[in-house]
Write a protein that binds this ligand. Structure first.
Ligand code: SF4
Ligand code: SF4
Length: 273
């Protein structure tokens, strides 16, 4: 990972993920691999190609320009061999049906700050600001620190959405002084189940949550995505309530399941579970 992380989306004029009108910046790359991730294109730290099969007209133009022979015709549709694809974008340029898209773009700190500040007037009149999301934005703390420092100088409201799996000492040094609000995901309390569904232990996540309240320095909202028979069981939700009772958090939100992940998983060429 170099100093310039990949960003897979920037959504301006958002009314979710914080107060007022917001710009939401989605970083690419996450330490967790949640089975239900509604942004599966955010998990890998690398550039990837998305193929929207519903838009593809099977015209063959993309495979003709691929120098690496990475696009092959299957029984019913074309497929990209990820092991051969160099993510060069040539096929994206020739596809007039917009069936192909590269995800993951680098920005300098200056260019990212410039994009965010374009909407400053709307942030000011609505009580909004910027939200850094992902993926996991706290995987890129040095870069994010420079951006947050510049935005704080402009008096912007800054929120972070985190899966909770991050280096707390680095967070205290690089990020904490500049931000206003944290949206902290608390998904599964049982550690074995957490490992099973996210591929990481929740020990660090629970420790970080405790540290954020010792002492509390930001607005903190705890959130649980409601996933059928995984996070939404009465046992898991009961255990989450027992944990958050210990903390003076500013709100607890249950997030409705977003099933757009199935379409994206297919576009990434991954198998559905
Ligand atoms: S160029 Fe676009 S529409 Fe044509 S086969 Fe390739 S992905 Fe499908
Ligand atoms: S991105 Fe480049 S290497 Fe990958 S399939 Fe398209 S043309 Fe081939």
């Amino acid at each position: 990972m170099d100093n310039y992380p990949l960003i897979f989306d920037i959504q301006r004029s958002s009314f979710v993920d914080g107060s007022g009108i917001r710009t939401v910046v989605f970083f690419k790359g996450c330490p967790l691999k949640c089975d239900w991730c509604h942004n599966p294109e955010s998990q890998s730290f690398n550039k990837e190609i998305l193929w929207y099969h519903n838009l593809c007209k099977n015209c063959n133009e993309c495979s003709l320009v691929c120098k690496y022979n990475a696009i092959r015709k299957g029984d019913y549709e074309y497929k990209i061999d990820k092991t051969e694809c160099k993510v060069c974008s040539e096929c994206v340029y020739v596809c007039i049906h917009n069936a192909l898209r590269i995800v993951g773009q680098k920005y300098t700190t200056e260019s990212l700050v410039g994009i965010i500040l374009k909407d400053k007037i709307y942030f000011d009149i609505s009580g909004g600001g910027v939200t850094f999301s992902g993926g996991e934005p706290l995987m890129f703390m040095e870069f994010l620190s420079v951006v947050c420092k510049k935005l704080k100088e402009e008096n912007l409201n800054i929120a972070i959405q985190t899966c909770g799996y991050f280096n707390f000492e680095k967070f205290e040094y690089y990020i904490s002084p500049y931000i206003n609000t944290i949206y902290f995901d608390l998904k599964i309390v049982d550690d074995k189940q957490h490992i099973g569904h996210t591929k990481k232990s929740n020990t660090r996540i629970l420790e970080n949550l405790k540290k954020l309240f010792s002492p509390k320095q930001h607005k903190i909202f705890i959130r649980t995505p409601l996933i059928g028979n995984i996070t939404d069981t009465s046992e898991n939700l009961g255990r989450i309530i027992e944990i958050i009772k210990n903390y003076d958090c500013d709100g607890y939100e249950k997030l409705l399941f977003n099933d757009s992940y199935q379409r994206k998983i297919k576009a990434l060429g991954l198998d559905l579970n």
